[in-house]
Design a protein around this ligand. Structure first.
Ligand SMILES: [Zn+2]
Length: 184
């Protein structure tokens, strides 16, 4: 084998190995994501009924205002953002489910949570089909806003600087959530 051919062959073998490693990691990431997403019901508290995404809840602004504390209403239905490090849920580490403060639809499980250091409860994935996203131009740069599919309440923004296995950071206002611990 000539030197040039040998080099070409070695480069090919290295890229083939790298590609294989990347694929194996992507498969492992996908498996971890599916398992965390798929097993969220295991973290429900005994005896607590799980709210389903349908039927949708439609209430007037006045009805929501009457039902919710002022800061929660502001975030959920006027897209306010709470002050960082202001929510007790930021440090919540027990097993359980995080449900929408307005309609109680489960949005995240404790297995999806991580400490992003931002001062807002953060998750690397969400319960499939329970949140919807849209582009938000409230700041100068576009962001991806997300909201509860059942009641339409705004929850937070999703960014692409999160940890494995998804690389996502779902940055949520704690005041828009309620935590239901799995045990008592
Ligand atoms: Zn909701």
């Amino acid at each position: 084998m000539s030197r040039r051919k040998l080099l070409k062959f070695s480069a090919g073998a290295v890229s083939w190995l790298l590609l294989g490693a990347t694929r194996a990691r992507a498969d492992a990431d996908a498996a971890a994501r599916v398992s965390v997403r798929g097993n969220w019901q295991a973290l429900r508290a005994a005896g607590v009924a799980i709210v389903e995404p349908t039927p949708r809840v439609t209430r007037s602004a006045d009805e929501w205002r009457a039902q919710l504390p002022g800061d929660a209403y502001g975030v959920l239905f006027e897209e306010d953002t709470e002050r960082p490090f202001s929510s007790a849920l930021n440090d919540e580490k027990r097993d359980g489910l995080f449900v929408c403060r307005a309609c109680e639809l489960p949005l995240f499980s404790s297995a999806m949570k991580y400490d992003s250091g931002t001062g807002w409860p953060s998750f690397f994935t969400s319960i499939e089909g329970h949140l919807a996203t849209q582009r938000d131009y409230r700041m100068i740069w576009p962001r991806t806003e997300y909201h509860c599919v059942k009641c339409g309440g705004h929850q937070g923004h999703v960014f692409d600087d999160g940890p494995a296995p998804t690389g996502q950071r779902w940055c949520n206002n704690g005041v828009a959530l309620r935590f239901i611990p799995a045990a008592g």
